[in-house]
Design a protein around this ligand. Structure first.
Ligand SMILES: *Cc1c(COP(=O)(O)O)cnc(C)c1O
Length: 367
């Protein structure tokens, strides 16, 4: 029995290397699915874990910093990990429509997976605070979009109410299947490194993802001998830091719109993660976030501002890190989601209105 399982696992790993089947198929034995579950997948997951020389050098002390680039999922954020599960289960249970409140990425993922599964999707977004790329996605993937004169927290309150009264499945991170799908990112990190990192740095909005990672590490430690568990470091934007301050923030403000959340639904779960992992929750300013955002781009990695909070937070803790640590920073979303932010915050040399002559351009190049 044991040997059979071992061979099966090995086959599955080889399969993963050759042809990725999507995260539900890859990690089936760890997920609440059966042969009856219709798997709605866009081959999400299997995102690269990239070593960062420049951030490692910046931290020093022989630290190795890796970036889990989850912005390379099909719709450009980690939300796809949760959505493949949430939509597959909704379809299995006979649901015809899904609904979510979103700062943008959840709506993009919900719209894409719902359309792929033949379900209707409704999304509530806060007026004026959704990045361009995300809005474009919700529009083109075919969601019905309701933009409200209120923030994310208000939108969530309404969709929770609606999903209780009507036959519409809620696909925010209160949906337990979301967390199940998202925990696979922790599996992938361990599969890649061969061990768990000493620290995991992650941005927090509703704090579903930090809870999912912790669940993933804990589950893997039960089946993999001698697996250490990471210290979980959660970071919020200074103007939107309800978990750091242990309050409800009425009017959250930050350039990192994906984590502009004043009343996180997974607050209690997140506190347990902090306690169990001996971790910490801290805030970073928008200036810290933009600095980290630019640093990452200079090494070829373009993430959205919320994602850069994980690296900004790590940099802040430079003096607390033990020698020869292995650290993973989660880059939750792709930089192309929020082109305005890059256009407004960069150190590029951009000369326009130039005459199209060889002489003029040679002069500009300095030759
Ligand atoms: C949703 C999101 C977050 C926050 O994740 P939570 O699970 O709400 O804590 C962070 N970054 C990006 C890019 C996101 O889309």
């Amino acid at each position: 029995m044991y040997l059979l399982k071992k061979i099966k696992n090995k086959l599955q790993l080889n399969y993963k290397k050759k042809k990725w089947p999507g995260l539900i198929n890859a990690y089936k034995q760890h997920l609440p699915v059966s042969s009856k579950t219709p798997i709605i997948s866009l081959k999400e997951g299997n995102t690269p874990l990239i070593f960062s020389q420049s951030i490692s050098d910046l931290i020093g002390n022989d630290t190795k910093v890796y970036l889990k680039y989850d912005g390379l999922n099909p719709t450009g954020s980690f939300k796809d990990r949760g959505m493949t599960m949430a939509i597959s289960k909704a379809k299995e249970l006979g649901s015809k429509a899904v609904i979510c409140a979103s700062t943008g990425n959840t709506s993009a993922a919900a719209a894409a997976y719902a359309s792929r599964g033949g379900l209707k999707s409704y999304v509530l977004i806060p007026d004026g605070y959704v990045a361009q790329g995300k809005l474009a996605q919700a529009l083109i993937y075919g969601a019905e979009i309701i933009s409200i004169k209120g923030n994310f927290d208000k939108a969530l309150e309404i969709v929770r109410d609606l999903s209780e009264k009507y036959p519409i499945t809620l696909v925010n991170s209160v949906n337990p299947y979301r967390i199940q799908g998202q925990k696979t990112a922790a599996f992938e990190i361990v599969d890649d490194l061969g061990f768990a990192p000493d620290w995991l740095c992650i941005p927090m909005g509703n704090a579903g993802n930090i809870s999912a990672y912790w669940l993933g590490f804990k589950e893997y430690s039960k089946i993999k001998k001698n697996l250490n568990l990471p210290i979980m470091m959660g970071f919020q934007a200074a103007g939107s830091a309800p978990l750091v301050k242990n309050i409800i923030v009425k009017d959250p403000e930050t350039i990192a719109t994906a984590i502009r959340i004043g009343n996180p639904v997974n607050r209690d779960k997140a506190k347990v993660v902090r306690k169990e992992s001996k971790g910490d929750f801290q805030s970073v300013t928008d200036e810290d976030i933009i600095e980290a955002y630019k640093k990452l781009a200079k090494e070829g990695i373009f993430c959205e501002p919320a994602s850069a909070a994980s690296v900004a937070g790590l940099i802040k803790n430079k003096n607390r890190i033990k020698k020869r640590s292995n650290i993973v920073c989660v880059l939750t979303g792709n930089g192309l989601k929020d082109p305005d932010c890059a256009i407004k915050n960069n150190d590029a040399v951009f000369q326009n209105n130039i005459e199209p002559s060889l002489r003029e351009i040679t002069k500009i190049l300095g030759y």
